[in-house]
Structure formats: structure tokens, C-alpha cells
Design a protein around this ligand. Structure first.
Ligand code: ZN
Length: 277
């Protein structure tokens, strides 16, 4: 029988097979071949003996939190309290794109903005949409649910951006207290965390923040530019142009002509310096 691991607590694996849920153990053979089943794994189980028999090949695997086969990452981005942080947004975008996961930017706390601030956010949203990144406001629940359908989703974003509120607003039967609430209350630091996948809107959402901002160092210096999809459109004199100090750089020209957002280019240079270290 085929299923998906949605939770692991010590050596007990919760496996969801359609409407049925099994508590399974892993066979010793996994230890011998150096595989340990993780949350998100698609597995074959023996429903009589409650054993995991096989783990299907993974599409990808995140290290923090440990979760396999992630399709999509919602980058939950506060527009006020905490203020909009374009450095963090672009950093998370690069990491998500590098991991071959579909990013979705979800802007939150728009109710705290005045008209001018709203217009600014709307223009920023339009820019990201123009370069091919899906964007939503957290109030667009129907749209968000549609995006989640049949996907395994992780959330990323700063503390207090509204990650738990987003999950809870999509399914009122859930009362998830994620890391961010525990952190805000100054507790939970010493408790053992486990990842759990929740079934929401015919998809799965992990209840724990998906990416740490530190992971930018996984990206190589040469690869960083490919995580900025809009750079691809412009031609440079040198094929291996880093869009930094080179002459006749199409990307730099596009920044001057305001075709590329200045903050995007500044953040690229900032990350370039970080990954070079
Ligand atoms: Zn260039």
C-alpha cells in the first residue's frame, strides 16, 4: 500500500494512505542501506504488520527542517510590524529557486497600511509578478487554497510575519502554534521540535518554518545570478559576466534604465559578497 509520511515521533512513523492513517515502524534494512525515512517521503507499507517496506526516490530534500518532496514554498512577507524586508525576501527567493521549489510570495498585514504604502506594496508585487513569481495577499484564501492543491508546501519568512495565522486561517479546525508564537512568548527553545504535515485544501503544509536565511551559502558564486530570473533577459559582453564590475553589462544597464528593481540588484551584490566569503 502507498502512502506519505506526515509525522515522525521517535521511531513511530505516521503514514497517510488516502483516508487511512497507519502508525508504522521502519525496517532495519533502511539503516543498512543508509536511508532514514523522513517526513514527506512517499512510501510503500505493509498495512498488516505496520512496517515501511520501501521509500520512493525523493524529488528534493530540505535539511532544516528535514522534509522531502517539497513542491512549493510560501514566503510569508509582512508589509508592516515587522516592516517589509526586501533583503530577506530576495534571499529566501534565491534559496527557494536554487532548491528547485516553486516560490509564492504571500504579503501580510496590509490592513495596517495607509493608501500610499498600499500603492508601494502593489507596485512591488507587480514587479515580482512580472518576473514570473506568483504573489498573493493573505486575504486571498480561495486563491491560496487553489495553489496548495496536491502540493507539499513549506512556509518561510521572518518571525511575526503571520505564518501560523496563515495556516490557521485556511483551516479553522487547526490551532497551530508554530515556532514563531513560541519564540514570541520566549519559550519552546528547549523543547524538541518535530515536523508535521497538515492536510489543508487537498494539499500538505508543514507546520514549521521552512528555510533559514543562513542557507544562502549553499549557493555557489556562479549559480547565484541564475536565482534572479529577470537577469536572464539581458545580454552582456562577457558570457561569464557576474554583473558586478564588468563593462558592457546588460543587467547593470537594465538597472540604470529602471527595468530591474534597484533593490533587487543591490541585494544581488550583497548576496554575491556573502557567498564569496
Ligand atoms: Zn552582466
Amino acid at each position: 500500500m502507498n502512502g506519505k509520511i506526515t509525522r515522525i515521533i521517535s521511531n513511530l512513523y505516521t503514514v497517510k494512505c488516502g483516508e487511512l492513517v497507519y502508525g508504522c515502524r521502519a525496517r532495519g534494512k533502511f539503516r543498512n542501506i543508509g536511508i532514514s525515512p523522513v517526513v514527506g517521503d512517499n512510501v510503500v507499507i505493509d498495512p498488516e504488520e505496520n512496517y515501511i517496506l520501501d521509500v520512493e526516490p525523493r524529488r528534493n530534500e530540505l535539511k532544516r527542517p528535514v522534509i522531502a518532496n517539497v513542491d512549493m514554498c510560501f514566503i510569508v512577507t509582512s508589509t508592516k510590524k515587522p516592516d517589509l524586508d526586501l533583503v530577506l525576501l530576495d534571499k529566501l527567493l534565491s534559496i527557494v529557486i536554487y532548491n528547485e521549489i516553486t516560490p509564492v510570495i504571500c504579503f501580510t498585514k496590509l490592513d495596517l497600511l495607509n493608501e500610499i504604502e498600499l500603492e508601494t506594496i502593489d507596485n512591488i508585487k507587480k514587479y515580482y509578478e512580472m518576473i514570473g513569481i506568483k504573489c498573493v495577499y493573505n486575504s486571498e484564501k480561495g486563491l491560496i487554497k487553489k495553489l496548495i492543491e496536491n502540493k507539499t508546501v513549506v512556509l518561510a519568512g521572518q518571525t511575526g510575519a503571520g505564518k501560523s495565522s496563515l495556516i490557521n486561517s485556511l483551516d479553522e479546525s487547526l490551532h497551530i502554534e508554530t515556532n514563531e508564537i513560541s519564540e514570541a512568548l520566549g519559550r519552546g527553545k528547549h523543547t524538541t521540535r518535530h515536523v508535521e504535515l497538515y492536510e489543508i485544501a487537498d494539499g500538505y503544509i508543514a507546520d514549521t518554518p521552512g528555510f533559514s536565511a543562513l542557507d544562502i551559502n549553499e549557493i555557489g558564486k556562479e549559480e547565484l545570478k541564475y536565482t534572479f530570473p529577470e537577469f536572464d533577459k539581458y545580454d552582456c559582453r562577457f558570457r561569464d559576466c557576474m554583473h558586478n564590475k564588468e563593462n558592457d553589462c546588460g543587467v547593470k544597464k537594465a538597472v540604470e534604465e529602471k527595468l530591474i528593481l534597484q533593490s533587487r540588484y543591490n541585494n544581488y551584490l550583497l548576496f554575491l559578497e556573502e557567498v564569496e566569503k
